[in-house]
Design a protein around this ligand. Structure first.
Ligand code: SAH
Length: 213
């Protein structure tokens, strides 16, 4: 798969833009600098791959804006080999960022066409989530829980209880909550029955949908 100096140069500029916008974590900036985002989108949009904006992918979905990917990852603040569940695999770009950070990734996509094309891409790019399933993210992955962190990349009208229950004590859920506009929300499970909630401003995501089946 093709990468070149022009793309690399653009990624370096993108990473420095994200630093100016408040992304401080150097591991995340290094992920942005190294992951060829243009390979996660339609070749016809390659020229726009390193502009800090969301772009269309298959079936009316979007690849999140690089800033949003970096911001959610920074809120997740993962350490090496933590167990992370991602809801809304989409293009696989956020997954690639998590993979770059040496995490054990479990990821769920509800759109079958996207699930198939992104599976192929992961094979080609040697990105190896522990599990990648076609299913409904509202259910999480009960059998593989609990998780150190859960990251949701679609806008959810509510905070799904099942996801909160799949967090370890000390685990974090990063989720954009709301219908038309979403408030970026971090939930920390501080004990069996206690949660701490923080919010981080407004974002716009495609909606998290109930499964078609
Ligand atoms: N991280 C992705 C974001 C894609 S957009 C990227 O940057 O490419 C959000 C994704 O969430 C879409 O692919 C959509 O199909 C998926 N999605 C929506 N509702 C879902 C659900 N209930 N379970 C799993 N995935 C869902």
């Amino acid at each position: 798969m093709e990468d070149n100096f022009k793309h690399k140069g653009r990624r370096r500029i993108l990473a420095s833009e994200l630093r100016e916008k408040g992304i401080k974590d150097h591991r995340i900036l290094s992920a942005i600098e190294n992951i060829p985002r243009h390979l996660f989108i339609d070749p016809g949009l390659s020229e726009q791959a390193y502009i800090d904006k969301a772009l269309p992918i298959e079936n009316n979905q979007t690849i999140s804006q690089p800033y949003t990917v970096a911001f959610q990852t920074q809120l997740l603040n993962p350490s090496d080999r933590e167990k992370i569940l991602e809801i809304g695999t989409g293009s696989g770009y956020q997954t690639a960022v998590l993979d770059y950070l040496n995490l054990d990734i479990y990821t769920i996509e509800r759109d079958h066409a996207l699930y198939r094309s992104t599976s192929n891409l992961f094979d080609k790019m040697k990105i190896k989530p522990k599990k990648f399933i076609y299913g409904d993210g509202f259910n999480g992955m009960h059998d593989d829980s609990p998780f150190d962190g859960i990251i949701v990349t679609a806008g959810s009208p509510v905070i799904p209880k099942k996801l909160v229950m799949q967090l370890k004590i000390g685990g974090r859920l990063i989720i954009p909550v709301g219908k038309d506009v979403q408030v970026m929300t971090k939930i920390i499970r501080i004990s069996e029955n206690e949660l701490k909630k923080e919010t981080f401003g407004n974002f716009r995501f495609v909606p998290m949908l109930k499964n078609k089946n």
